[in-house]
Design a protein around this ligand. Structure first.
Ligand code: ATP
Ligand code: MG
Length: 405
């Protein structure tokens, strides 16, 4: 992407996808006076509801892509599984960031891992499984116990099966639909962290501070910044690796790299997201430039001031489970349903008690129907000191009926 910067207040920006990430992009873009058009097939989407214009059509719809290009001075995406062909089609006439080529790498776990290797970034030992024959390779034994993950379209731990013994591999592969998969060695994780970088078309790059993440049932549950258990040298290394990946991809936009921290302190890259990330939501309330502000700036070719975190923060994801009685986690709702007991009674979380906590920032995404495991919103607790942010977050978790962390 090249060309002059788009003046705040004087252009329309486009987004492919209508989820919560698109919604928060819309808010940031509108803050700078940009208008935003969203292309999304769902008539009632979080981003579509916030945008100035909602083009309701499939992402590959030729007429809708033409209308988006006509309406917008530049276009971005809010989810990585947008068809790369749609990004290419738009890029023929409009600046598009990130580029289709970078998004494509992040769409395929094997390509992503190849990119890590080429950039000298360590990742988990793994093998690509494309056929039943591949499953019989003796070398796979060295990767067990492991995780079999679909090469494409996985998110929030979906499209994954734990595999302990080679004999379980064929059934696990069939359960995932017999599609191309990556078998990954299960690593002894001490911690999980992520780094968000933003890179402009002039090559200038900035980053947010390292985030420490807690997952439950494969879904991000809590993010703490500053990271309580990570030493500065490890954080610095993670940031350097993320910046290296952005450089290698000639990336324009916001990129998130997830890392595992192993027992010996070493870093292993897990995956990349070519967009803002759930673990960066705290930046809206705790940094002077958020990950969505950075997405707007990279897309519009505006300067990237280095973000400064002004408050310690803990972010808690608000999943649909919270809207049902006695459901502190997805597992309890799922098991209640499978036992064919009465459906859990719907409830409204006690937002009053949550908002009474100093430094509580509630974000709901405008989704009408809560479902177990569905991301309905997030809550960020900010404070002057990390210990205080954590104490408030634990209070909020108790109010919501979520486990402590
Ligand atoms: P996302 O929503 O982040 O895109 P995803 O569905 O793509 O998630 P992964 O990030 O690959 O899934 O894995 C989800 C979680 O499972 C990780 O955050 C980690 O807790 C665990 N996990 C994944 N791979 C491994 C591994 N090789 N060893 C140990 N734990 C793992
Ligand atoms: Mg992940």
């Amino acid at each position: 992407m090249t060309g002059a910067a788009l003046a705040p207040g004087a252009a329309t920006l486009g987004v492919l996808g209508g989820g919560q990430l698109g919604r928060m992009f819309v808010h940031a873009a509108q803050g700078l006076g940009f208008r935003v058009a969203v292309l999304e097939p769902d008539p009632a989407s979080p981003a579509g509801a916030a945008a100035d214009r909602h083009l309701q059509a499939a992402y590959e719809d030729e007429a809708a892509l033409s209308a988006l290009a006509d309406a917008c001075a530049a276009v971005t995406t809010e989810f990585e599984n947008v068809p790369a062909a749609a990004l290419r089609r738009l890029a023929a006439t409009r600046p598009v960031a990130p580029a289709a080529e970078a998004v494509e790498v992040c769409q395929h776990r094997a390509q992503e891992k190849r990119c890590f290797a080429e950039a000298g970034v360590p990742c988990a030992p793994h093998a690509l499984i494309e056929s039943a024959e591949d499953l019989t390779r003796p070398a796979l034994a060295a990767l067990l116990p492991g995780l079999l993950k679909t090469a494409r379209m996985g998110y929030d731990g979906k499209g994954q099966r734990a595999v302990a013994h080679a004999a379980e591999l064929p059934a696990a592969w069939r359960a995932l639909g017999g599609v191309p998969c990556v078998l990954e060695q299960r690593l002894p994780l001490r911690h999980e962290v992520s780094v968000i970088v933003a890179r402009g078309h002039d090559g200038q790059a900035v980053h947010l501070p390292l985030q420490q993440n807690l997952h439950r049932d494969g879904i991000l549950a809590v993010t703490q910044v500053p990271a309580p258990d990570i030493d500065p040298a490890t954080a610095e290394r993670a940031v350097a690796l993320a910046l290296r990946l952005a450089e290698r991809l000639a990336y324009v936009g916001v990129l998130c790299v997830e890392f595992f921290v192993l027992a010996d302190g070493s870093l292993v890259a897990n995956e990349m997201a070519p967009r803002p990330h759930n673990s960066g939501h705290y930046s809206i309330d705790a940094c002077d430039v958020s990950q969505f502000d950075l997405q707007v700036r990279t897309l519009a070719g505006l300067p990237l001031a280095a973000p400064r975190q002004h408050s310690a923060a803990v972010m808690i994801n608000l999943l649909g489970d919270l809207w049902f009685d006695g459901a502190a986690g997805a597992a309890s709702v799922a098991s209640a349903a499978s036992a064919r007991s009465a459906a859990p009674a719907p409830r409204t979380p006690d937002w009053g008690a949550v908002l009474a906590l100093p430094g509580a920032h509630l974000h709901l995404y405008g989704k009408a129907e809560p479902r177990p495991g569905r991301k309905m919103g997030h809550l960020t607790l900010t404070a002057a000191e990390p210990a205080q942010a954590r104490a408030r977050a634990l209070q909020a978790a108790a109010v919501l009926g979520l486990p402590p962390f």
